[in-house]
Ligand binder design. Structure first.
Ligand code: BT5
Length: 261
């Protein structure tokens, strides 16, 4: 197994970002970088702080699911944001992060990633990264948000938890050094965050990047399943599904599966 250790000094070397990674906190092992980042944010840690871990003992997905990655193989990080966003626009952070991951994968590995609604990044149709955005709101504003990124980098086949997952190394046929890839991700995120803070929402670009749109899909929202054509998304990140009876259904969150034609 390829193991290239991360170091704060290497990550900061020539980083050149405006906001992201002004502070980088690197841990060998934590329960979840999102949990660590949330506590730090609640204690006043500034916009752009990055929490990274080599290993998580309780990595989280949405809805109590787990995120699994063997130590030292993946990129597991959470970014603290203090965005000028209304709480109902918080998914803009997930959108910009998915786009930044796609940008960074193209720049740094030449792989062409796809974005799947609502929070996945795919390589060759398989899940290579997941994004978990959590926010604390105060009235009509977002006090802080934590955006967690789990990107499969150097995992080999047996090290992936589900058959539908892949890694950068599996796609390229060889492992890659994680530090330059991480730096590229932070730079791409930094640029997109500046744009978001400047008032430019990522929705149109995100919609254009989504493989989900135009597909006939099954959307699972809690206990219920809806079948229809994924028509568009709105600024809150919700999926607009054209049901077979012609009605438009708005799915604020959920999971999509390709449906038989
Ligand atoms: C996600 O949830 O995809 C968000 C994952 C975010 C993980 C990062 S790691 C750093 C930060 N700290 C945390 O504690 N979390 C964030 P969701 O869409 O609910 O998908 C979760 C599902 O993805 C699981 O139930 C598995 O089926 C699958 N999964 C778990 N580990 C995976 C992996 N390494 N690669 C691909 N799929 C995985």
């Amino acid at each position: 197994m390829h193991h290239d250790a991360l170091s704060e000094a290497q990550i900061l070397d020539g980083l050149g970002t405006l906001c992201l990674g002004q502070r980088i906190l690197l841990y060998e092992r934590v329960d979840s970088t999102n949990s660590v980042a949330r506590s730090l944010a609640a204690a006043g840690e500034p916009d752009g702080t990055v929490v990274i871990a080599e290993e998580q003992t309780a990595g989280r997905g949405r809805l109590g699911r787990t995120w699994l990655a063997p130590g030292g193989t993946a990129l597991l990080l959470s970014v603290i944001f203090r965005p000028c966003l209304m709480p109902e626009r918080i998914q803009a952070l997930t959108m910009m992060t998915a786009l930044a991951l796609r940008d960074a994968l193209l720049l740094s590995t030449a792989l062409r990633a796809e974005v799947k609604w609502p929070n996945d990044v795919l390589l060759s149709g398989r899940k290579a990264a997941g994004i978990l955005t959590e926010a604390r709101t105060m009235g009509t504003s977002v006090e802080f948000a934590v955006v967690g990124i789990g990107l499969n980098v150097n995992q080999q086949e047996g090290a992936l938890p589900i058959p539908d997952a892949t890694s950068v190394a599996l796609e390229l046929g060889h492992p890659v050094p994680r530090v330059p890839l991480l730096q590229t991700i932070l730079r791409c995120l930094d640029r997109r965050y500046q744009r978001l803070q400047g008032g430019q929402p990522p929705t149109a670009e995100w919609a254009a990047a989504l493989v989900t749109l135009g597909q006939r899909v099954q959307v699972v929202c809690g206990e219920r399943t809806y079948l229809g054509l994924a028509e568009s998304v709105d600024d809150s990140g919700a999926l607009l599904l054209r049901l077979d009876d012609g009605q438009l259904f708005r799915a604020p969150a959920g999971d999509v599966h390709t449906a038989p034609a």
